[in-house]
Design a protein around this ligand. Sequence first.
Ligand code: HEC
Ligand code: HEC
Ligand code: HEC
Length: 438
Amino acid sequence: MKRRTAVAAFAAVLMAVVLLTAVAWLLWPRDRADGEAPAALSPSQSNLTAHGRELVLLAGCEGCHTSRGGMAFAGGRAIPTPFGTFFSPNITQDTQTGIGQWTAEDFWHALHDGYGPGRRLLYPTFPYTNYTRISRHDSDAMFAFLKTLHAVHAVNRRHELKFPYDQRWLLAVWRGLFFRPGVYASDSSHDGAWNRGAYLVQGVAHCSACHEARNALGAIKSKDNPSGGLVLSWYAPALADSHEAGVQTWSEGEIVSLLKSGQSNSNVPGHQGSTFGPMAEVVYESLQRTDEAELRAMAIYLKSLPDIRSSSHYGSFTVSQSQHLPMIMSRGQQLYADNCARCHGDRGEGRSPAAPALAGSRIVNMSSSVDTIRIVLYGGYAPGTDSNPRPFGMPPFYPTLHSQEIASVLTFIRDSWGNDSRPVSADEVEANMTGPLW
Ligand code: HEC
Ligand code: HEC
Ligand code: HEC
């Protein structure tokens, strides 16, 4: 009897899945395959391959498709996600292990529709949900550039995904629910520079792939009210929230400087950004080498995002912990004086250019404490760029401070000198002890 119920339950689940798949296929998005990219502000390369190279650079293909110390574009980089670990494939011209046999049409379908030859559905870890905004002309340019790469023979490593995410066919359902292919459509209520910026931010540079929260199925949670997202163990703050990564009140120059050098070089409180973690990598690998006119267009678009200012200021902190708050604060103050003040100043005012101010820092005041925990645990560097060749670094403290001490010093800096954020617990610190690399 039990067995019969189990079989019936299994059949019901199977039916539901088949039905859902059918619905997904029915809802299969109508495509918007035509459309031109808004023109670049400075004359872009007339040579197709050179134009493609610039786009591939900004799109960060190389970073994801190259393992540490491995051959460029030959794949093998591990990308940890809540669904398991992905290993990027080889996209060099090798005909057996790379994409040497692909046509420009195949490449377009990968970028625009998220499937490979034979309609093999691709996982959205490859951010085609953003790249779908890229025009056919730009896709062909990128393909022409990839054609110039040397073939590297490197067999693709299988992804190590948990069940049921290892079932590739389930992506059909996912796509039906969350994916709408479509080239960027210019918004006539804005000028050319804004549209160019929107095309780059939403499409080529795929900023939202990190900067927006995802649901349990890995899709962007809310298109209208995007909050920041957890990525590669870091918190990527919301680009539309001026309390997080929003730059609505910044000058174009400050934004361009942040994107190009990894630091905003500003004395205005709240405009002092310094990048670290995955964002430092984006600056290092892509943005610092991007044409300044393109960065300016992105700045114009970013400034225009409606400010969603998060209200979720205080998180959960239990009463028993808050009773100990005065003790934690005074312990934190002592730890700060002993370990941090020599660089960040007695009152968190920072020591320009060696260490940023902690008083008024957005990173310190964010509701998510993940990035401050990780930077104190593992230290951090802004990326070394032409405009900032020898960035000052912050030393790692995991060898010298234990989790309760790190929680205390963070609780102290988050509630001193005008900062006003919730305390940090030792449990949160421990949850972030996942290693310095992402
Ligand atoms: C965030 C990391 C990431 C970025 C950025 C990225 N990719 Fe990928 N890419 C992946 C992963 C992971 C896969 C494997 C997806 C799968 O197995 O379904 C993939 C798959 C592909 C494939 C399919 C290869 C095959 O053999 O099926 C192509 C082509 C590709 N990427 C090209 C690019 C290009 C071109 C860019 C830049 C415009 C790019 N990728 C940027 C992670 C990335
Ligand atoms: C690989 C993931 C990833 C991508 C892609 C990415 N970011 Fe970030 N970004 C982060 C993380 C994580 C942080 C928090 C750490 C920091 O502040 O450097 C961040 C921080 C920022 C900040 C705040 C800096 C500060 O100190 O106030 C801005 C602004 C920003 N990103 C803009 C962008 C833009 C624009 C793009 C697209 C060109 C982009 N990011 C693409 C992960 C990413
Ligand atoms: C040797 C100098 C030095 C010491 C000591 C030091 N820091 Fe830092 N800190 C830095 C530098 C440099 C940065 C910028 C790193 C970057 O941009 O990647 C930084 C960044 C930070 C940030 C990110 C701030 C922001 O707005 O981006 C926090 C938080 C922080 N430090 C906290 C601390 C705490 C807490 C201590 C003591 C436990 C400490 N630091 C000790 C140099 C130092």
